[in-house]
Ligand binder design. Sequence first.
Ligand SMILES: [Zn+2]
Length: 327
Amino acid sequence: MSLQELKRVSAELGRDRLHVQGAGGNTSIKVGETMWIKASGTLLADADEKDIFVPVDWQPYREALIANPLSPVSAQDFALGGTLRPSIETPLHAVFEDRVVLHTHCVETIAWAVRTDAEPQFAARLDGKFRWHFVPYARPGQPLLPGILEGIERGANVFVLGNHGLIVRDETVELANDLLRGVSEALRHPPRVARVELSNAETLMPYVAAETWISNQILTHPLAKAILRAGPLYPDHVVFLELSPVWCDTLEEADEAMRNEAPAIVVSGSGAFLNPQAKSGAAAMLACFADVLSRLPDDATLRHLTRAECAELLDWDAEKYRQALGQ
Ligand SMILES: [Zn+2]
């Protein structure tokens, strides 16, 4: 068991867009009484090349969280040096006694977790194979704790987070990684094959055309327009794309969205386009959206984040810190 091993596995997960997008996801290991947790705003993909982990005084922090899970406890107050801040999702790692915790924004998980019938869909695929627990959507970080603690009480080692992602816990890096990949495999969807003819890309300067496969996945999904107009499906979508990519039926609508400096727009028949000034995570989030869409059946009923949930995410100080690092 070592931090070195966690760095290797974290980098592997971080470089796989079906597990981690941009600065999303976080991993941790407890060595003695110290918990090493990914720092806020850093990339898991850099784990084997840069110092992205922060040491935290684990037991006192854990005790403070468990004593009163609903009153905010700052992980920063328990950091053991360095200039980086612990991930905003540090509470989700600290409450577990297990040595290793992996949290990813696994696309196979998200594509079920955004549905109104998420729980029975997970049950159909995970019951009998995994000790899993469903945690309904709450703002990432400490608000998820009551749901996590309930799962711990039930003996779960797999936590699916509504409209968010996946957490696994185990005693070694290898066991946790095997568990995460096993769950992801059990939740695998057959991606649909999408092909469309795209046009007019050059007319949307200075916006940059997204990769063709992204446009294909979004434009060929029969529900794409309705989904985009109904709002975001998961938190990073809100944070990095300032709510959702804007759906435009016409080039006139696209012009207006560009004047409003939307981070991303989707133009019917033309494709998906990114604002070159958008946050650096925006391209990864647009790709994630295409990956999720390509796994949704045409008749899926979705649970979108509410306006209140979106507002809560956009006013979030810790999240602003993460964005300020430019990742
Ligand atoms: Zn997360």
